[in-house]
Design a protein around this ligand. Sequence first.
Ligand code: ADP
Ligand code: MG
Length: 356
Amino acid sequence: MTKIRVAVLFGGRSSEHSVSCVSASGVLRALDPQKYDITAIGISPSGRWIKMDSNLDFVMASGQLPQVPEVGESLALSPDPEVLRHQLADIDVVFPVLHGPWGEDGTIQGLLELAAVPYVGSGVLASAAGMDKITMKILLAHAGLEVGAFVGITDHQWRNDQAACIDAVNDLGYPVFVKPARAGSSRGITKVKKQGDLIAAIEQARTHDPRIIIEAGVEQARELECGVLSGDQGRLRASCVAEIVVGGQHEFYDFDAKYLEDSAQLVVPANLDIDIERELQELAIRAFDALGCEGLARIDFFLDANRTLIINEANTMPGFTPISMYPRMWQGSGIEYGELIDTLISDALRRGTGLR
Ligand SMILES: Nc1ncnc2c1ncn2[C@@H]1O[C@H](COP(=O)(O)OP(=O)(O)O)[C@@H](O)[C@H]1O
Ligand SMILES: [Mg+2]
């Protein structure tokens, strides 16, 4: 049997660099060496592509947040599609285990399209749309899905008419959540309870992204998530539903609650009425399809006090360590971590690149 030559791409230039390294070390450990020839490519915080040893010792090494080193055997990739194809000629499929901008947002996907190398997950458009919370919510709302009230503020709008921006936010009512449009891991997000704190929160979000979104806060909501997977021949499946229960001292599911403290509890499967669970799974598949996602996505919801399911966001490359929510939800639905990775890789190979 000839082995599938798979390259795992990780790290990257976004603020989710370290999270990506941890996800990738899980994927690399689970890839069966009998089935795959494995190449590990780390992208350093400055964007250099470094060939790395596939055991990724550095991830566990220091007890600190892991980082791809800036030094090492680097890959100089050419933007010329012919040259690029040649440079990546020994790779059948790429698993871009990258979170955030310059990885989960269509940029890497565009590079791989140019090189005609198949890759796991969504293509250029769905990756970009999923990354940008304003575009994502417009597309979902257009498909008739509930996303809650929000205001998008572009750099142009903020610079030209702050008063109009603030008026639009005030119409949402407080609390609001102020977010960079294109970030992740809760970076740059502030819950604002009164107008007096709004401008500082906006300026804070704008240090991450000049494009921001402000959403009406969903109060007393349960946070529920569902995995969507493109299985055999592209048939979409929804996983069991899971719940995040955030511990006392955190106002919401912020970065510390996600990664640094043991304060958020992941409940898999969530304790839910069967009708809500079914409805949520159906909405997750509709959201996946409305955004044009491929391969995998995790769709995150709020269940509000009126039992309305509101879509918070879609993540086209969700956290992927063996204990991350996406793999755990599939485990809860009978698909183990290794099998999940095999499914994603064969789906990528089946789909190929180009218009499809
Ligand atoms: N509109 C909202 N109402 C209530 N809580 C929210 C709202 N938006 C975000 N949150 C809280 O903030 C967290 C992070 O927001 P999210 O939009 O998921 O950002 P990220 O893409 O960084 O994960 C959510 O998991 C939730 O706890
Ligand atoms: Mg989130």
